[in-house]
Design a protein around this ligand. Sequence first.
Ligand code: F3S
Length: 81
Amino acid sequence: ALYGRVERPECIACGLCQMLAPDLFDYDQAGIAYYKPDRNTGTKALDDQATIHFRLAYKRCPTRAIKRSDHPFDADPYTPT
Ligand code: F3S
């Protein structure tokens, strides 16, 4: 299984991930991205369709702020404001 999340301090608010995978990424008011399906905890496995979109964003993020793993992350949830 594949898990993903945004390492938010590394995001420069470029906007690409949300453009490429609007079902997976959204922004806070400062434009910093978070991973939508599990509040950026990286604990919900991607299904096949979402994996395709995720890979596009993962490859294009200019700062490599999008992280992937084959096991769940250990991260605090992000609460969008
Ligand atoms: Fe940020 Fe990378 Fe998305 S810089 S807005 S996480 S493509």
